[in-house]
Write a protein that binds this ligand. Structure first.
Ligand code: B12
Length: 216
């Protein structure tokens, strides 16, 4: 079976909400030493996004969206620890990452955090539904170089700007680079919100953070 067929099989297992099959394929990817980041993005990520589209088109309902999210998280529990194990123990920078208040989408943010940690960054993942105040307080406390804020809803996206506004009102905007991510985030939103950059997948997020670190 080609790699593409394998990714398609994973994506189909997620869309069919076939938990057993999805877990079997995640385990296979580990056992056969496959490219885990591609497996996540092109297999699992693709499948869960198809579920989102089906939900938007009215073909899937909330229970299916929720079940898809749960299966995805189960599979990430299998895959993400193996990404982490490639950590080489060199700290390239400190990052505080969270999904903004009012938003419980955590899967993409967790993948980005794990990839950054696997690439030598010290990552403080605060979880989802986190206030701008908590994010800023933690960044100060941990002496972070970078703050990553995720938002998956077009409504909560505005909360990303709250983090930047808060840093500005405290006179500490220059101490941190702020990066954004999540499906609704666009280059024009990054500009409008005053953030330092955004990435639409975990591989790009690592490149972005490395680039920003070289300019701190
Ligand atoms: C799974 C899912 C859920 C799960 C979340 C489970 C969990 N623990 O995360 C559940 C079922 C809980 C859920 C709930 C809801 N959801 Co939902 N959900 C999704 C879905 C299908 C997939 C999201 C996902 O995990 N994608 C896979 C990951 C790998 O991709 P990602 O999140 O985009 O992350 C990547 C990049 O964006 C980037 N990235 C992400 N974060 C960051 C951060 C930084 C700093 C950087 C640099 C990069 C970065 O890198 C990641 C890795 O590649 C999306 C559809 C979609 N197309 O996004 C809808 C979607 C986001 N949901 C939607 C909605 C409306 C809801 C609900 C409001 C539904 C409801 N009526 O209750 C609730 C929201 C509740 C709340 N208050 O938050 C809409 C949002 C519409 C909008 N534009 O506002 C979407 C787009 C579905 C749709 N097509 O309409 N959802």
């Amino acid at each position: 079976m080609s790699q593409e067929e394998f990714y398609k099989e994973i994506s189909d297992a997620i869309v069919s909400l076939d938990k057993e099959k999805a877990i079997e394929l995640a385990t296979k990817a580990i056992n056969e030493d496959m490219d885990l980041i591609k497996t996540i993005e092109r297999g699992f990520g693709e499948g869960i996004r198809r579920i989102g589209d089906l939900w938007e088109d009215g073909e899937f309902f909330l229970p299916e969206l929720m079940l898809g999210g749960t299966i995805m998280q189960e599979c990430m529990k299998i895959l993400l620890p193996s990404l982490k194990s490639s950590d080489k123990g060199i700290i390239l920078g400190r990052i505080v990452i969270a999904t903004i208040e009012g938003d419980i989408h955590s899967i993409g943010k967790t993948i980005v955090g794990t990839m950054l940690s696997a690439n030598g960054f010290e990552v403080y993942d605060l979880g989802a539904d986190i206030s701008a105040e908590t994010i800023v307080e933690t960044a100060i406390e941990k002496k972070a170089h970078i703050i990553g804020v995720s938002a998956l809803l077009s409504t909560t996206m505005f909360g990303q700007k709250k983090v930047i506004d808060l840093l500005e009102s405290r006179g500490i905007r220059g101490n941190f680079k702020v990066i954004l991510g999540g499906a609704p985030v666009t280059p024009s939103w990054v500009e409008e919100s005053g953030a330092d950059g955004y990435a639409d997948n975990a591989v790009e997020a690592v490149k972005l953070v490395k680039h920003l670190m070289s300019h701190t």
